[in-house]
Design a binder for this molecule. Structure first.
Ligand code: TNX
Length: 538
């Protein structure tokens, strides 16, 4: 029995030497040397932290909270100077000079475990790696049976390839409950992701409470019904069911703190000047026509966009002021994508305003609009990030570009000395189909099998070494037009998210799809223990 379990958990590789089991880790670490022997966790084991090491107490506490429920062991957490027998030790450590704040060294010997890092994030990631060295049942949230709680001996030196390792969730098209976002953050942290981009506003819903403008959620958080399926011959069908919800400011503070404890920064997105109909439905004076619009019930690009009055700019800056209070992270996303210019062209008032400002084209007008937000955020010590349309009409001085329509926008931005996050539809759109099986649930379209996610290379070969430094990293997008529930969202996210984790964490030369798929088969047992509704492999 013991032997069978061991075989199912570890892929044995002869190359690693006699008796050494090759641990199955996702994302794959930078360096790993398997050693013979195992460390057993039992009623005697303690978790010890060096009180002088930043974040050591937090990492020790987090590990205890992960392991106590499944293991039903005391696992006391205490301060201590140095590693000792039967302990899992967290300390600051030497020899890690080359590793930045997220790197760590993890050593497992038959006597104990030692995790060293220069900063809190590294210690936390060391704890995450240790969890994966244990049997998959260690990921359960309640008492789990395991023949023995033990980890194979190993020496790991690890650090991420990219600083921005992101996932985006669209909470506007379908509201996603706070408790689900917490679970999602947990699974992100397990895979060493560090940015959760929340798409909080769109035509179909406004999801964040703004005290100064209560109608944004009283009106804008609710739509009368929702488009069902794709239109057929131009005909739309609707479900007749009211949909909505929003996060109160207390909810946001709770999520921010929950994420921060797991080294995940929330990146809020407030869309402008397009994808704005929920806001315009709440306050019609923000629109171009003055018409009372409903919160939109159909998907797709929409002509109803914000006007360009000074009062609208100030409204949005007031909204951003509250957003800045809630979200302490450096980056604030202002959308910027898919803003049709039809209403700006047709509106005499917008045209007059362009003449007043001496602006000749509608693209330049959009650039001016984003520039106002860039100045506002920069003055407050933050950085603007937007979808690649913000390049059109000229990029604002401080802007970072999220390249979604392929990678060209990202290349142009990096060449112009702007930072970039790669998020192209071709490799990172998790709302696309995972396979061509007829049985796949409805998706927005497209085709993105896990191989293609895994193949993604965030640094385009067209960039010089200096330019390539502007690629902060990459992220995957979960647009939710057709994804109505958390279970459905998990089905679309996993296991593609596991592939994305290696794209952003693992060194390029260490990535190899065949080996990844072998590890993934075992890794999925961990997701099962966590209760994640992943899509089974074919
Ligand atoms: C394009 S990506 C959009 C979203 C849609 C998505 C569907 C982007 C910046 N805009 O509004 O939800 O396609 O795949």
């Amino acid at each position: 029995m013991l032997f069978e379990v061991a075989l199912s958990m570890w892929v044995l590789t002869a190359a690693e030497g006699e008796g050494a089991e090759q641990p199955v880790l996702i994302p794959l670490p930078a360096q790993m040397e398997a050693k013979p022997g195992r460390f057993g966790i039992n009623a005697e084991t303690a978790i010890v932290y060096d009180a002088n090491a930043a974040g050591a107490e937090a990492a020790a506490g987090a590990l205890a909270e992960y392991l106590r429920p499944p293991m039903q062991l005391p696992l006391p957490v205490r301060a201590g100077e140095s590693p000792a027998a039967s302990t899992i030790f967290f300390g600051s450590g030497e020899g890690l000079e080359q590793a930045d704040g997220e790197g760590y060294r993890l050593t497992v010997t038959p006597e104990g475990v030692v995790i060293h890092a220069r900063a809190a994030a590294g210690l936390f990631y060391g704890a995450q790696t240790l969890r994966q060295l244990l049997p998959p049942q260690a990921f359960a949230r309640e008492a789990a049976s395991s023949p023995a709680w033990s980890a194979p001996c190993v020496e790991i030196m690890d650090r991420p390839r990219f600083a921005w390792r992101g996932m985006m969730v669209d909470t506007a098209r379908h509201f996603m409950p706070k408790e689900f976002l917490k679970k999602y953050i947990d699974v992100m942290a397990m895979h060493k992701f560090n940015r959760l981009h929340l798409h909080l506003t769109d035509d179909q819903g406004w999801r964040v409470e703004i005290k100064k403008y209560p109608k944004l959620t009283e009106v804008g958080a609710w739509r009368a019904e929702t488009q069902v399926g794709k239109p057929r011959g131009g005909e739309y069908t609707f479900d007749g069911i009211r949909h909505g919800g929003f996060y109160t400011q207390d909810d946001i503070r709770e999520l921010v703190a929950y994420a921060a404890a797991r080294h995940v920064t929330l990146v809020p997105e407030i869309e402008m000047p397009g994808h704005a109909q929920a806001a315009i439905a709440s306050y019609p004076e923000l629109g171009c026509t003055g018409e009372q619009l409903p919160v939109r019930t159909r998907w797709g690009v929409n002509e109803n966009v914000f006007n360009v009055e000074e009062s609208t700019i100030l409204f949005l800056q007031d909204v951003l002021s509250e957003v800045l209070e809630l979200f302490p992270g450096e980056f604030i996303h202002i959308g910027g994508d898919e803003c049709p210019k039809k209403q700006w062209k047709e509106s005499p008032r917008v045209q007059e305003r362009m003449r007043e400002l001496g602006i000749e084209t509608e693209n330049a007008m959009q650039s001016w609009f984003i520039g106002r937000m860039d100045a506002f955020l920069t003055e407050r010590g933050r950085r603007l990030i937007g979808w690649d349309e913000i390049l059109e009409g000229g990029l604002a001085p401080g802007a970072t570009v999220m390249s979604w329509r392929g990678i060209d926008g990202g290349i142009a931005a990096a060449k112009a000395n702007h930072d970039v996050v790669m998020a192209p539809t071709t490799h990172t759109y998790f709302d696309y189909y995972q396979s061509k099986n007829e049985s796949e649930p409805l998706a927005i379209g497209g085709f993105l099998p896990i191989e293609r996610v895994y193949e993604f290379e965030p640094v385009p070969s067209q960039l010089s070494e200096m330019e390539a430094r502007h690629i902060l990293g990459a992220q995957a997008q979960m647009w939710t037009e057709y994804i109505k529930t958390p279970e459905y969202l998990e089905y679309m996210a996993f296991p593609r998210e596991c592939a994305m984790a290696e794209v952003v964490w693992t060194l390029r030369e260490r990535r190899e799809f065949g080996g990844f798929m072998q590890r993934l088969r075992i890794h999925l047992e961990r997701l099962a223990a966590l209760g994640v509704n992943y899509r089974p492999l074919d």
